[in-house]
Design a protein around this ligand. Structure first.
Ligand SMILES: Nc1nc2c(c(=O)[nH]1)N[C@H]1C(S)=C(S)[C@@H](COP(=O)(O)O)O[C@H]1N2
Ligand SMILES: [Mo]
Length: 375
C-alpha cells in the first residue's frame, strides 16, 4: 500500500525557511545551509538544514497525543504520549550541534554517491525535551539490553509505510547519556514538522541519521540494530585507509560514532568584496568536534604557510558549538583565499584536502576556504 501525503516541491513550500538555503533534492527533500547563513550563535529554524531519507509523513492532528512505544529488552513496555512525557520526566534544554554524517562529502575525489554536501549539513539549535535515559530507566532495561533501534513515521522514498526509509540505533551507553534527548521544542518553539515534530530524538555528536524525526518507537535490542542504514558501508568507514575510488571489499569497516572536527568561517561570506585600502579583516565562525571539545581554531591567508590563533567563546553546555573570532591583515589589493582549521581535544585537526576517502563519503572535513577581494 502506498499512501503519500502532499510532498513539498521546493523550499518555498516549507513554512518559514530562508530562501538562501541550497536545495539539494526534492524526493527525498534535502537542503543545506551556506556557511554565511550559520553566523547566528543559535541557528534559527529558518536556516536549519533539512535532511529526509524518505517522504514527509502526515502531520500529526493532535501533537499532545502523539505516542511513543518503548519495547524489546525492557521490564515494562511503555506506550507514552507526548503529554505524558512532558508531565512525567524532568525537562532539559541544551544547545547542541546536529550534523549529517555525509557533511563534507563533495570534497572527496572521486566523488562518492550521495548528497554532495559542502560544509552546510549542520546547525546548532536549542533542543528541549527529556533525557531518553530517564524514559529507558522508567521502562527498566534488562541485562540483555545492548542497542537501540529507532523508528520514525515517515514512508520510504517510494511512499511505502511497510519499509522504513531509515532505522538506525546506538549502543545503550550512548542512549543513556544525559544529552541524548527526546525533543519536542526547538529554539523555544514547538518542534517544526520539517524537523521531526511533534517528537524526535537528538543524539548529539554522532551522525544526524541517529536523531530520528517523527519518532514512534524505540526498540531495545540484545544485539546491534540491523535496520536500513546499519548495513554494508552505510555510516561505516574502513578501519585503515583505502585507495580513493576502491570498493573497500575485504576491508574491515567500523560504524561511525563521533563526528570529526570541523570549522567554518561564517563572516565574511565567500566572495565578499572589501573597499580599496582595507587591510584589517575581522573573521567570525564556528567549530565543533563530535563528542569532543574544540581546543583551538586557526586561520591562514597564505595557503597554510602561517596560521593565526582565533579567540574561542565558552560553550553553554556540552555539545554546543564553539564560536570564534579572529583578525587578520591582508597584504594588499586583489583576491585572497582565507582558510580556517580547528583542532580537537583528541589532537586531531583538519587536513587541507580530505585524506580518508571511503565509499559512503563520510567524515570529509577539509579546512573551510573563502575568497575575499579588496578594491
Ligand atoms: N524519521 C526520520 N528521521 C531522520 C531522517 C529521516 O529520513 N527520517 N533523516 C536523518 C538524517 S540523515 C539527518 S542528517 C537528520 C536531519 O535532521 P533535520 O532535517 O532536522 O536537519 O535527521 C535524521 N532523522
Ligand atoms: Mo544525515
Amino acid at each position: 500500500m502506498t499512501d503519500t501525503p502532499h510532498q513539498p516541491q521546493s523550499l518555498a513550500d516549507l513554512p518559514g525557511k530562508d530562501p538562501g538555503l541550497s536545495f539539494l533534492g526534492q524526493k527525498p527533500f534535502v537542503a543545506e545551509t551556506p556557511e554565511e547563513l550559520l553566523d547566528d550563535e543559535t541557528t534559527p529554524v529558518a536556516r536549519f538544514f533539512v535532511r529526509n531519507n524518505g517522504l514527509f509523513p502526515d502531520a500529526a492532528a493532535d501533537p499532545e497525543s502523539w505516542t511513543l512505544t518503548v519495547d524489546g529488552e525492557v521490564e515494562t513496555e511503555l506506550r507514552i504520549t507526548l503529554a505524558e512525557l512532558k508531565s512525567r520526566f524532568a525537562h532539559k534544554t541544551f544547545r547542541m550541534v546536529m550534523e549529517c554524517g555525509g557533511n563534507g562529502r563533495s570534497f572527496f575525489r572521486p566523488l562518492p554517491p550521495g548528497n554532495p554536501w559542502t560544509h552546510g549539513g549542520v546547525g546548532c539549535a536549542e533542543w528541549t525535551g527529556v533525557s531518553l535515559g530517564d524514559v529507558l530507566r522508567a521502562a527498566g532495561l534488562k541485562p540483555s539490553a545492548l542497542f537501540t533501534g529507532h523508528f520514525g513515521a515517515d514512508p520510504d522514498a517510494t511512499g511505502s509505510h511497510e519499509r522504513q526509509a531509515m532505522s538506525r540505533g546506538v549502543p545503550v551507553a550512548k542512549a543513556l547519556e544525559e544529552h541524548t534527548l527526546l525533543v519536542w521544542a526547538m529554539n523555544g518553539e514547538p518542534l517544526p514538522f520539517s524537523h521531526g515534530g511533534p517528537l524526535r530524538l537528538v543524539v548529539p555528536g554522532w551522525p544526524g541519521s541517529l536523531s530520528t524525526k517523527w519518532l514512534k518507537r524505540i526498540w531495545i535490542r540484545d544485539r546491534e540494530h540491523d535496520g536500513p542504514g546499519m548495513g554494508g558501508t552505510t555510516y561505516r568507514v574502513p578501519v585503515r585507509p583505502i585507495p580513493p575510488g576502491s570498493s573497500g571489499e575485504g576491508v574491515e569497516f567500523r560504524i561511525i560514532e563521533s563526528m570529526p572536527v570541523r570549522s567554518i568561517i561564517t563572516s565574511p561570506a565567500d566572495g565578499a568584496r572589501l573597499p580599496a585600502g582595507g587591510r584589517a579583516l575581522d573573521l567570525r565562525g564556528a567549530a565543533w568536534a563530535g563528542d569532543h571539545a574544540v581546543t583551538g581554531v586557526e586561520v591562514s591567508r597564505d595557503g597554510g604557510e602561517t596560521w593565526t590563533q582565533a579567540a574561542l567563546t565558552p560553550l553553554r553546555n556540552r555539545y554546543d558549538w564553539t564560536r570564534w573570532t579572529a583578525r587578520i591583515t591582508l597584504p594588499g589589493e586583489g583576491a585572497h583565499e582565507i582558510m580556517a582549521r580547528a583542532t580537537s581535544s583528541q589532537g586531531q585537526s583538519q587536513p587541507l584536502e580530505p585524506e580518508n576517502w571511503n565509499p559512503g563519503g563520510y567524515g570529509g572535513n577539509p579546512v573551510h576556504r573563502i575568497t575575499v577581494s579588496v578594491g
